[in-house]
Design a protein around this ligand. Structure first.
Ligand code: PMP
Length: 332
């Protein structure tokens, strides 16, 4: 453990987090969106304040990245189909039946990106929501609608210098209270409370524990710890969102790095005893964690395995590795 002198001060955390938060802000009047069955100017994609989804959080969503490869002059959507498969699963949990099929969603997304003619990294946000204007707490009988918008997006958090994180006093929503395998909008109150407390206290991110007090995940990401040469990630039974990045990495770590991956329960104090920790997810990509609850992870610097994995993952995302070409859908 490093001495207090060498411990990275967290006073800049809030400022840095604000900077990255601003990067994800949306120009709500610019560009185009998929709305009511067609691609329209973003300024026309509006709903009533009485919409059920706005009142009660009855919507589900996805976050999909597309990476620009300047050399190849190509924009690559990452794990497009997998994200829409998860969206369909979320819809089923919320008793939603969008008119669009899985193929429709994939094709509309490509059309929308082509319409913008993006030559930079972007983020795609599909949403299926309960569109009826009613105050009744009902799901089955309400109208379902789909919308998709896109925004240019670079780093969502700082992926180079390492994050200083805390364990949150907010527990991760439990599978018997919320469908944690669904990306439902209402459930993100849990995540927002956790990350808001963390940022206000000067940390960069929060780790949420399950109701049993074991490690679940970050506010919008899964996590891995390195201990005794093994990479360990909370098991699916730990109320995690079943991350698409997590799945992809389990395979990459074992095949390309020859490191064993174990999916099991992780105790909170194992975080303090880890040699390396990283978050993973569409937004955070692979982000090293350098301290937890004011305790250094390893040497308080981004870990070498984390950074090697980050480099390989980002190469795969940008279409530089033939082995991973099946992760990608070319837009142009
Ligand atoms: N957990 C939560 C709560 C998330 O919002 C996300 C981001 N979708 C993840 C984990 C990571 O999932 P993925 O790798 O599929 O983006």
């Amino acid at each position: 453990m490093a001495s207090t002198d060498s411990f990275p001060l967290q006073q800049n955390g809030l400022q840095a987090s604000r900077k990255y938060g601003e990067a994800a802000q949306i120009e709500s009047e610019q560009g185009f969106a998929y709305f009511k069955g067609q691609i329209v100017p973003m300024s026309e994609a509006k709903v009533s304040i009485a919409t059920h989804a706005l009142q009660y959080g009855t919507a589900c969503f996805e976050g999909i990245r597309a990476y620009w490869n300047a050399q190849q002059e190509q924009l690559y959507l990452l794990k497009l189909r997998e994200h829409y498969q998860r969206l369909m699963q979320s819809c089923a949990f919320l008793c939603m039946k969008p008119q669009e099929s899985l193929d429709d969603f994939c094709n509309i997304t490509i059309d929308l990106l082509r319409k913008h003619d993006y030559h930079q990294d972007v983020y795609v946000r599909p949403l299926v929501y309960k569109a009826t204007c009613t105050i009744k707490l009902m799901l089955n009988t309400l109208e379902d609608a789909a919308a998709i918008y896109v925004l240019p997006m670079g780093e969502y958090v700082n992926i180079s210098s390492g994050l200083n994180v805390c364990t949150s006093s907010w527990r991760r929503a439990n599978s018997n209270a919320m469908p944690v395998r669904a990306k439902s909008t209402g459930a993100y109150i849990n995540n927002s409370l956790a990350v808001n407390d963390a940022l206000t206290s000067g940390f960069d991110e929060a780790i949420l524990l399950t109701h049993d007090g074991t490690v679940s995940e970050g506010s919008a990401c899964n996590l891995f710890i390195l201990r005794n040469g093994q990479l360990i990630t909370p098991a699916l039974s730990e109320d995690i969102l079943e991350g698409i990045t997590r799945n992809a990495l389990i395979k990459m770590i074992q095949e390309d790095f020859g490191i064993t991956v174990v999916e099991r329960r992780i105790d909170r104090t194992e975080l303090y005893a880890s040699d390396e920790i990283f978050f993973c997810g569409t937004g955070v990509q692979i982000s090293p964690v350098v301290s937890v609850d004011h305790r250094c992870v390893g040497s308080c610097q981004p870990g070498p395995i984390t950074m090697a994995l980050q480099a390989r993952y980002l190469s795969a995302c940008r279409g530089e590795l033939a082995k991973y070409s099946d992760w990608l859908t070319a837009v142009y």
